[in-house]
Design a protein. Structure first.
Length: 301
């Protein structure tokens, strides 16, 4: 155990302690941390640096945020410019589609089926004209139409097509493309078109389609059980040539004819089966078959 000295302090010790207290009072109160360097007499303790460091961090954070805002602003401006370009491209495509849909009357089919025709013609004849005429004129001549008539048919269709393109361009620029005014103007132009099939007749039209390499026949892919087609003896692979008095060149032709006339009346259907012409009778209305467009030689029927 440590020994505690309980003897009264000597006068000398008391004097030394008094001098030490007086010295400390003159120097002021000083704190000291383990490991810290001792302060020189009279020097003030250092001011804590934490607030200054915090201020520096805030400045750097603000600078980083400002840079990020700048980058986002540039990105937004670029996206706006890209959107403007896309809107202009969309307007151009709408005008082209209007032109393609207008060409549907050439085949007396739906606008969707007219699009591949126009695109195929463009691929087959990239130049506007040559010594033998355009692809349309060549097909018309191959179908038995004289050259002068073929050229006149092409000219009239080109004039109407250009009028439709011009109308679409004007409506797009003036922002009345999707309005009754535009629809009425397009209907007026469409009324001026004459179906090419009506203009040159079924036989020439058949050869015209064949000359262009386009579908001109309707093939039966499947006969549904217990239907009018099954009862009549139609088979998969049959090619429908006529329904009643109407020549059939496209699936839409057959659908239109089955929906016309009086439901249930007896209709004669002419088909081509393995090179042989056959005739069956069905009640007018749904046949109960799955059909597809195909190609065939006009000389076979």
């Amino acid at each position: 155990m440590p020994v505690i000295d309980l003897r009264p302090a000597s006068p000398r010790r008391v004097a030394v302690a008094a001098l030490l207290v007086a010295a400390l009072a003159g120097l002021g109160y000083v704190t000291w941390r383990p490991g810290a360097a001792p302060l020189a007499p009279g020097a003030a303790p250092a001011t804590p640096r934490e607030p200054a460091a915090a201020a520096g961090d805030s400045g750097r954070a603000a600078s980083a945020l400002a840079s990020q805002v700048g980058r986002l602003t540039e990105t937004l401006a670029a996206e706006r410019a890209a959107r403007q370009r896309l809107e202009e491209r969309l307007a151009s495509i709408e005008a082209q589609l209007t032109h393609l849909y207008a060409a549907a009357s050439d085949t007396a089919a739906s606008p969707q089926s007219a699009v591949p025709e126009v695109l195929a013609a463009a691929a087959a004849d990239p130049s506007p004209a040559d010594a033998a005429g355009t692809s349309m004129e060549r097909a018309l001549i191959a179908a038995g139409i004289d050259a002068a008539t073929a050229t006149d048919i092409k000219r009239r269709r080109d004039e109407l097509t250009m009028a439709e393109i011009t109308l679409s361009d004007q409506a797009t620029r003036e922002q009345w493309l999707d309005t009754p005014r535009f629809a009425q103007a397009m209907a007026t132009l469409a009324a001026q078109r004459t179906s090419l099939r009506d203009e040159i007749g079924d036989d020439s039209y058949d050869r015209y389609l064949a000359a262009r390499g386009e579908p001109n026949r309707v093939r039966v892919d499947e006969v549904l059980a217990e239907t009018a087609a099954a009862a009549a003896g139609l088979q998969a692979g049959d090619v429908v040539l006529r329904y009643g008095a109407a020549r059939i060149f496209a699936p839409d032709d057959l659908v239109t004819e089955t929906r016309g006339g009086t439901a249930g009346e007896v209709v004669r259907v002419e088909v081509l089966r393995q090179g042989q012409r056959l005739e069956v009778t069905v009640p007018r209305g749904p046949l109960g078959v799955r059909i597809a467009a195909s190609q065939g030689s006009p000389d076979e029927g």
